[in-house]
Design a protein around this ligand. Structure first.
Ligand code: ZN
Length: 720
């Protein structure tokens, strides 16, 4: 209903200009105004505006100008087909055709919400009777006019991957001569001295003042690249599939459609948090799964069996379930260790003699949901019926690489199959369907190197590898890098999305967790096809806060999961600090809580109660402000939530390890300057106070904590 109402506010103008033979259209949300034009041989973005500041684009979209047919490159001559133009209150599509080979190109922009960014994709439909091969078509290019004197900065966010880096959130100046490239793939495996993968998104804004700017993000998990450079007069760049290592070619059979990764383009002003407060809501409304967000208990509170490691069994699981119930948790999540072997996704009969559904039912009887870890694209060596055996000739052809004869899977890592192969995809789809149904799952977590991004095979749907191939082992997996890597990831990512879309349709309440050895596939495509992310594979308080600080700039907090693992807690304040470091978004406790002391139990129970009563609604709905530098574990750090609708908020205050700094002042944001707020120190580290918004924003909120590595939650409420 709401969506229909807001869309009425989206205006579209179509006008034929008398001077040029050019159709123009405008798409508008409350944040972003986009003027588009259809030239005779190519479309272009004319301008982008936030309502105050207009960015003028000087380049038409660079459409591919050749395709390969039967081994020969043929030139393309695109010409606009005015009668095929489609437009309504929220969508503009300009259509171009090439006669021989017969291809139809649709250049589409869509405003799916009344606020936030506008999405863009480009489709090439092969209407010819012949198979064609396309060179790389990027999703979007821009060349904004940009006066030399304008001071600009580029912001981008790293994935938390295995462990957050020292920087994580980058804000850097864009001087003349600036050149920057960001990349993202299905599995970030950082190498020393190389830039880390980013959550595929960046924001360019004025370095001071109104901070007018714009951002672009990619709704795709495969290998993509964002590129930005500044010369004297222009700020130029491209966004889309990663051209390296190239040259990329992709096959489009007769009747098939190639579609670029969808990008979204938004205008903004007011800085990084202002942009984030629009973007996070937009991701929730437009990309998120409505069925997931309808549950007021999303994000859930979870206990995960990895606290006991691979040794999980029926007795351990049942004891953890009973304790999770007592603590007030809402889901029990069985991690690795439950299966017969890698690729053999059946419960180990020694550990679970009555099967896994029995454990799920036990959790359900205790009022908990039941989640399960499955690395469902990994082949092993088990020979049981139903197992994905790497030596089975059928499975061998699905693998990305030939395995050495002495190859063995690791404890919970095998060899990835390429799910873009139709038979492999069908197997995987049936297998996840069987697992979800047979084991009575409410949540399915995947892990490891799930979606291929490089493959040696020549008989798969993707392009064959080039002459030069690099095969190596890293993070326990074999990798193949070649000119076809991006195309491999393009096809495998589409297959992954198909499998999860199908699974969601069959199981509407099912939750899907994206974990790829931590936060290695955190992007807007995964955000569209699953529900929440493991944001890093390091689980200490500082790593959790760093990964959250970074990812929460662009993704809804509720979708950002922190695993809290056992950490030295000499006093109860340290214990609560450890828990709260994972309580800013989705909390999964990865500790055998039956080992906690009675005192820790009572404290954890209180924190869980508090999360449900006061924190969860803010995590779901409130604006988020990064009110400290990025956590380093030494200094103080903190974040603020404030919900302008309910006029309530909270400050999470963390004191680092530094011994001589017992007091810190946070400058709050998003409050009404003249209004009064009740300020309630939850742990009673200070008496309750009444302060004006101006005092809290300009003079700041002083917090005093007697001991290092402790925390406080300060609740805010507008007084009427
Ligand atoms: Zn392949």
């Amino acid at each position: 209903m709401l969506r229909g109402v807001v869309l009425d506010a989206v205006l579209v103008f179509i006008a034929v200009l008398a001077s040029a033979n050019e159709i123009r259209a405008t798409l508008r949300t409350s944040d972003t105004v986009l003027e588009l034009a259809a030239g005779e041989s190519a479309p272009r973005v004319v301008s982008l505006s936030n309502g105050q500041h207009q960015f003028i684009n000087s380049a038409p979209e660079a459409l591919i100008n050749r395709v390969e047919v039967a081994g020969r490159w043929l030139p393309l001559h695109w010409s606009f087909v005015p009668e095929a133009t489609q437009h309504d209150s929220h969508r503009v599509a300009f259509v171009y055709e090439n006669q021989s080979p017969h291809l139809r190109l649709t250049w589409e922009w869509q405003a799916r919400s009344g606020f936030g960014p506008i999405e863009h994709a480009l489709r090439i439909n092969n209407l010819d009777s012949r198979e064609i091969w396309l060179p790389l078509q990027s999703s979007f290019q821009f060349s904004w006019n940009c006066p030399t004197t304008e001071a600009l900065e580029n912001s981008f966010i790293e994935k938390g991957a295995g462990k957050p880096s020292l920087v994580g959130t980058h804000v850097e100046p864009i001087p003349a001569g600036y050149k920057w490239i960001g990349t993202s793939s299905t599995y970030a495996h950082p190498k020393a001295n190389e830039p880390r993968e980013i959550i595929p998104w960046f924001l360019v804004q004025e370095a001071s003042g109104a901070r007018d700017g714009w951002y672009v993000g990619v709704e795709f998990s495969g290998r993509v690249q964002t590129a930005l450079e500044r010369d004297k007069r222009q700020l130029k760049g491209t966004v889309g599939l990663n051209p390296n290592p190239g040259p990329l070619r992709t096959r489009v059979t007769a009747g098939e459609i190639f579609e670029t990764p969808t990008v979204f383009l938004g205008a903004t002003h007011g800085g990084l948090d202002a942009a984030g407060n629009v973007l996070r809501r937009w991701v929730r409304e437009v990309l998120g799964n409505p069925a997931t967000w309808q549950n007021p208990n999303f994000p859930l509170l979870v206990n995960n069996s990895w606290g006991g490691g691979m040794k999980v069994n029926e007795q351990i699981a049942e004891a953890m379930i009973r304790d999770a119930t007592d603590l007030g948790l809402e889901m029990f999540h069985v991690d690795a260790g439950w299966f017969r072997g890698v690729g053999d996704w059946y419960p180990d009969p020694q550990k679970f003699p009555q099967g896994l559904a029995q454990i799920a039912d036990y959790a359900h009887q205790h009022g908990l949901k039941f989640g399960l870890w499955v690395d469902w694209t990994q082949a092993g060596l088990d020979e049981n019926p139903g197992a994905l055996n790497a030596k089975d000739p059928k499975v061998r052809d699905w693998l990305l690489n030939d395995l050495p004869p002495d190859w063995k899977p690791e404890e919970f890592k095998g060899e990835t199959i390429d799910i873009s192969v139709p038979a492999a995809k069908a197997w995987a789809q049936d297998e996840v369907e069987r697992i979800v149904s047979d084991y009575h799952l409410d949540m399915l977590e995947h892990d490891g190197y799930l979606v291929a991004q490089g493959c040696k095979r020549r008989d798969h749907p993707h392009a064959p590898p080039g002459e030069r191939k690099w095969v190596y082992k890293d993070e326990g997996f074999y990798w193949v890098d070649s000119s076809n890597s991006t195309d491999v990831s393009y096809h495998a990512t589409r297959a992954y999305y198909d499998i999860y879309s199908h699974l969601r349709k069959e199981h509407p309440g099912l939750l899907l967790e994206v974990c790829n050895d931590g936060g290695r596939m955190v992007d807007f495509g995964s955000a569209t096809h699953a529900d929440y992310f493991s944001i890093t594979d390091s689980y200490d308080p500082v790593s959790n806060r760093q990964a959250f600080y970074d990812a929460s700039h662009v993704l809804p907090s509720a979708m950002l999961e922190s695993y809290v693992e056992k950490w030295p807690t000499p006093n109860l304040g340290n214990f609560i600090y450890m828990l709260r470091s994972g309580m800013m978004g989705w909390l999964t406790i990865m500790i055998d809580t039956t080992q906690w002391t009675p005192e820790q139990h009572v404290a954890a129970k209180e924190e869980i109660k508090l999360y449900k009563a006061k924190l969860r609604s803010l995590i779901r709905d409130a604006n988020l402000y990064h009110i400290s530098p990025r956590p380093d574990g030494i200094q103080w750090d903190g974040i603020e939530y404030f919900d302008p609708k309910s006029n309530r908020g909270v400050v999470y205050a963390f004191r680092g390890s530094k011994n001589d700094e017992s007091t810190h002042t946070y400058f709050l944001e998003g409050l009404h300057a003249d209004a009064e707020y009740r300020v309630d120190f939850h742990d009673n580290t200070a008496p309750d106070q009444v302060l004006t918004g101006r005092e809290l924003m300009d003079r700041g909120l002083r917090v005093t904590l007697a001991r290092p590595e402790t925390s406080e939650l300060i609740f805010l409420e507008l007084l009427r």
